[in-house]
Design a protein around this ligand. Structure first.
Ligand SMILES: Cc1ncc(COP(=O)(O)O)c(C=O)c1O
Length: 395
């Protein structure tokens, strides 16, 4: 048997690993609360499900579609991006539909990176960016950022080299929930433009912002989409469609044609029935989006003070978007005498029956990621359990 060097180096997604461990414990009859998972707990809105059923009944789901998706859906994404971002002149040719935002990112890195090309990743960063960059032959370059968790041009300048070709920006961010504002984006836009860097902006959490916060994408600072900028998004988080695997890339036409060529060999086409579901999601009734957004906001507002009340868990700045909290647990380690965050997470799972993700999965030690994409009762119970676990170490 032979396993490639590339595959040998590859680690499974840490967040998916925690989740499957928690799911297995639940299946074994243990009362585990899974806050490791990054997916909304709501069923996909009914109008979206119905559109998929209708597409199947009409015989539209049986056959291959174009590799970059059906033209109605590509046009719908172009129109929504024009409207939501205030951009002009986008057409179906600027859009590729992909198997989840994960494949949108994967195909983008395949299309823009040559071996040895460096990509700047503000740290902490979402687990799959670095692995996908490596799979494309690129070199992920972690960029340490300050306490605000937001990268500044000075942070990037400390890591840029003559091999740097791109910068990945995720706002609202997984795992921190921070949002970059207009002036921060403007500075990053100017700096990346001066250094001729591509910007991959992962806007997948763009509609999940709370307590009056406003989402701006770096892509919307001009009237036309800058050819340096690649927008990644999809239906998973906004429309609670993780299982449908629907994402998309919006970018310069020439780049999209290469991404489409890549997709034609990699996935053939994104699943046909899911494309009709996303078409309804983007063009149909949006009422459920606000209902879900409000539920997340309510959870954030409930769980944030409870979290800060746990001995050793510190999160001074309240997150504004996505559905994650990323507290510093240095004091919890000190208080408990537990040596590593990995061990803390493991003991919380086995002793308190709460699944969290070790921050080192996102490149940062002494932090944990807590997802609040879970019902309020479970969230409150989880906070009580973590607090009880920590209180035993006091005195
Ligand atoms: C920042 C970020 N980008 C992309 C994705 C991938 O989304 P999808 O489920 O559409 O592949 C996720 C999912 O967790 C994410 O958190």
């Amino acid at each position: 048997m032979k396993i490639s060097q590339r595959a040998q180096k590859l680690q499974p997604s840490a967040t998916m690993k925690v989740s499957s461990q928690a799911k297995k414990m639940i299946a074994d009859g243990l009362d585990v609360i899974n806050l490791g998972i990054g997916e909304p707990d709501f069923e996909t809105p009914k109008n979206i499900e119905q559109a998929a059923i209708d597409a199947i009944k009409a015989g539209k789901a049986s056959f291959y579609t174009p590799a970059a998706g059906i033209s109605e859906l590509r046009t719908a994404v172009a129109n929504r991006t024009e409207n939501d971002y205030g951009l002009q002149n986008l057409t179906a040719k600027n859009v590729a539909i992909t198997t989840g935002a994960k494949m949108a990112l994967y195909s983008t890195f395949q299309a823009i990176l040559d071996p040895g090309d460096e990509v700047l990743l503000p740290e902490p960063y979402w687990v799959s960016y670095s692995e996908q960059i490596k799979l494309a032959g690129g070199v992920p370059v972690a960029v340490p950022v300050g306490d605000s968790f937001k990268a500044t041009p000075a942070d990037l300048a400390a890591k840029v080299t003559d091999k740097t070709v791109a910068f990945v920006l995720n706002s609202p961010e997984n795992p921190t929930g921070v949002i970059y504002d207009h002036s921060e984006l403007s500075e990053l836009n100017d700096w990346t433009s001066q250094h001729h860097l591509m910007v991959v902006t992962d806007d997948i959490y763009g509609q999940l912002v709370y307590n009056g916060a406003h989402f701006t994408s770096i892509a919307q600072l001009a009237d036309q989409l800058d050819p340096r900028i690649i927008i990644i998004s999809g239906g998973s988080k906004t429309y609670s469609m993780t299982g449908w695997r629907m994402g998309y890339v919006v970018a310069n036409e020439q780049l999209i044609s290469k991404i489409a060529a890549f997709l034609s060999h990699a996935t053939g086409n994104p699943t046909a029935v899911s494309q009709y579901a996303l078409l309804e999601a983007l063009t149909g009734d949006q009422a459920q989006v606000e209902v879900m957004r409000q539920a997340f906001e309510n959870r954030l507002n409930t769980v944030y003070p409870l979290l800060n009340d746990i001995p050793g868990f510190d999160l001074p700045v309240k997150p504004q978007g996505a559905f994650y909290l990323f507290p510093d647990v240095s004091a919890a380690l000190k208080l408990s005498g537990i040596e590593t965050t990995g061990e803390l997470v493991s003991r919380l799972l086995t002793e308190a029956h709460v699944a969290l993700v070790d921050g080192s999965a996102f490149g940062v030690s002494n932090h944990v990621r807590i997802s609040y994409a879970t019902d309020l009762t479970s969230l409150k119970t989880a906070m009580v359990r973590i607090k009880a676990f920590m209180v035993q170490f006091k005195d």
